[in-house]
Write a protein that binds this ligand. Structure first.
Ligand code: SF4
Length: 463
């Protein structure tokens, strides 16, 4: 068998125990990638944590070594942002089906174009052989020394029921078949799930009367029956007793997420292009400030997230600029520290987190303490004069909450702040923001009044 260009020979020898099935799965993966015509420059292998997580060390393409159980969300993000890439996630049973079981369900439901290969060796190998969601009932592990009382999950049936486009199971005894299933999975548009039933002689085999790699392989050979064959009628989940099925469980040929996402994206772009671009973009360019990183900070319940979203929507949908918005709350949610970060830019935004704010609006004393005097040069900090008596030099105080009360909208300090920052920054045009408020809060005249009063505040001196 020829060597695949996807195998990084320089990284060998591998770290797995003698007789571990992971090496067979690695061989099947690299050959499948090669046979499927994948380009190493356009292929990403994503792993989680555990013995299987080491697999990314041995492949010659782009890799991401993620956190425990999180390979699929990472792979989803990569595929959603770069639909042209080949994205393959390698999971363990403790990693991808137990800690990360929720992600498996939703990757299948979403039917994103990722190929997931889950190596099921019935236990958490790397951490000492604890039982996982696929440990066969009655078998022994480091944490089920009297026999696991729980039934094992049938991962293929779960993935199929959740909506995966392609689902198949093979074993490390059936390496050629396993490779063929991975190749088929790579050719599908939607989510492909391939379970590779594997061996962990070091922990699982030793505790279950299968001490040698050969014993474990022969057990897989004896128990696996082809789907639809005479013996498959009584087959159950993979394990050390009874039969289990190998073969293709689902091949639905469904449209994947990428195709559906592309439709939504095309419609959104067409809608945005159909709208006239108003003043914001030209204004920002004229002022030489094409990139704004804006923080609205205060406490939960002040509507900071809404204000940030209004800002972002106005920038994207009306001014025709790029924007991102994220928000964070403390564990207390309402009443605790909260912030909304919005980036508005003339250029594509690669990372949505604010790293160098140009403008911070603090609506609580805690927010003021967190930012005043702690931001980089060139960042303007604005504070509500009601929350701090003497602002430090360089911080501008405005009667934000007082204006909201005067407008008869005491809960609208967020919109007053929005008007103020729009006037001061020019990041987004006031027309776009007013339109954005009208759409989000139809018929709420007070909201527009609050926004306009904030805009007018910028014409007077700070306190
Ligand atoms: S502990 Fe088990 S799964 Fe991990 S490398 Fe050794 S045999 Fe493989």
């Amino acid at each position: 068998m020829s060597r695949s260009k996807f195998l990084d020979m320089g990284a060998l020898p591998h770290f797995w125990c003698e007789g571990c099935g992971n090496g067979i799965v690695l061989g099947a993966i690299v050959r499948a990638l090669e046979n499927a015509g994948a380009d190493p420059e356009k292929t990403v292998v994503v792993t989680g944590i555990g013995c299987t997580g080491k697999l990314d060390d041995y492949v010659a393409c782009h890799t991401v070594h993620g956190t425990h159980g999180r390979a699929l969300p990472i792979a989803t993000g990569i595929k959603a942002a770069n639909p042209d890439l080949t994205v393959l996630a390698v999971l363990g049973d403790g990693d991808g089906a137990t800690i990360g079981g929720n992600h498996l369900l939703h990757s299948a439901r979403r039917n994103i174009g990722v190929t997931a290969v889950l190596i099921n060796n019935f236990n958490y190998g790397m951490t000492g052989g604890q039982y996982s969601g696929t440990t066969p009932q009655g078998s022994r592990t480091a944490t089920s020394v009297y026999g696991n009382p729980e039934p094992a999950m049938d991962l293929c049936r779960v993935a199929e029921a959740a909506g995966a486009s392609y689902v198949a199971r093979s074993t490390v005894y059936h390496g050629v078949q396993l490779q063929r299933f991975i190749e088929q999975g790579l050719s599908k548009d939607g989510f492909s799930f391939i379970e590779a039933v594997s061996t962990c002689p070091t922990y699982f085999g030793r505790l279950n009367q299968l001490p040698s790699p050969v014993d474990m392989l022969m057990s897989l050979k004896d128990r696996a029956v082809p789907r639809g064959s005479g013996g498959s009628g009584e087959a159950g989940t993979p394990g050390i007793e009874g039969k289990f099925e190998i073969g293709v469980f689902a091949d639905k040929g469904l449209d994947g997420f990428s195709a559906r996402y592309a439709e939504v994206q095309t419609a959104a772009v067409a809608r945005a292009q159909a709208r006239p671009v108003v003043a914001g973009q030209a204004q920002a360019k004229a002022s030489g400030k094409g990139h704004w990183e804006i923080v609205l900070a205060g406490f939960g319940g002040q509507g900071l997230g809404l204000a940030g979203q209004l800002l972002g929507e106005a920038a994207v949908e009306i001014d025709g600029r790029y924007a991102s918005q994220v928000q964070a709350y403390g564990s207390a949610a309402r009443g605790g520290f909260a912030k909304s970060e919005t980036i508005v830019s003339s250029d594509e935004i690669k990372y949505p987190g604010v790293t160098r704010p140009n403008l911070v609006v603090a609506l609580s004393e805690e927010a003021y303490r967190r930012y005043a005097g702690r931001v980089g040069e060139g960042c303007l900090v604005i504070v509500d004069s009601a929350v701090v008596a003497d602002a430090v030099p360089g911080v501008q105080a405005y009667p934000i909450s007082e204006m909201a009360e005067r407008a008869g909208q005491p809960q609208s300090a967020n919109l007053v702040a929005l008007g103020l920052l729009a006037a001061i920054s020019g990041a987004v045009s006031p027309q776009a923001l007013e339109e954005s408020i009208r759409r989000r809060l139809p018929g709420n005249r007070g909201a527009l009044d609050a926004f306009r009063s904030g805009f007018g505040l910028a014409e007077g001196p700070a306190c």
